[in-house]
Design a protein around this ligand. Sequence first.
Ligand code: URA
Ligand code: SF4
Length: 213
Amino acid sequence: MSKDKSETSAKEFFPARKSLKAFRDAAADCKACDLWERGTQTVFGEGARRAEVVFVGEQPGNEEDLSGHPFVGPAGRLLDDALAEAGIDRSQTYVTNVVKHFKWEPRGKRRIHKKPNATEIKACRPWLEAEINLVKPKVIVCLGATAAQALLGPQFKVTKQRGQFLESTLAPYIMATVHPSSILRAPDDETRHTERRHFVDDLKKVAHVLSKR
Ligand code: URA
Ligand code: SF4
């Protein structure tokens, strides 16, 4: 019997050697869901091998897809600035996504981001788990609902539970906050400013936990 595509998992592409580099190289050839055909390349996580904090976004965007690096576009620039304001050095972090390929639809000449579905998230999750298991961070920060629901459960509501440290087997501390893209999409300057400040406040809580020995 041929296997249902929805059951394919990134695990089938796992390397023999359990190092971050081996996983990155193996993920470059992943075809565990259909997104590999649409994206330019796999965008694996990046950052410090022994980072104390791992940030998890949804999926690479347009610039990430083209460059091959996570959070380098507009959302990444906002994240960098907010981290600096909160006193967290991005070079001391590890940044990744729930899904490693850019999912998009054409609109004119532009490629419009499309949310990954449950099958894609499930297929890709082993890469994220491997990254977390190898980096072993003290804190995981989920950026937005896709990451929060993937790591904290489908019932998780970012609007209600953002900025709170929760129990998890994944790391000593786990928190969800908004996705930086949602701040960029704010309807007016005042809302954007307020949202951004709230985001920096959440990151300051992370900075506080990191400063505790
Ligand atoms: N948005 C994400 O969720 N991840 C990226 O890497 C870039 C934008
Ligand atoms: Fe593999 Fe994830 Fe890309 Fe799907 S999105 S092909 S599971 S790396």
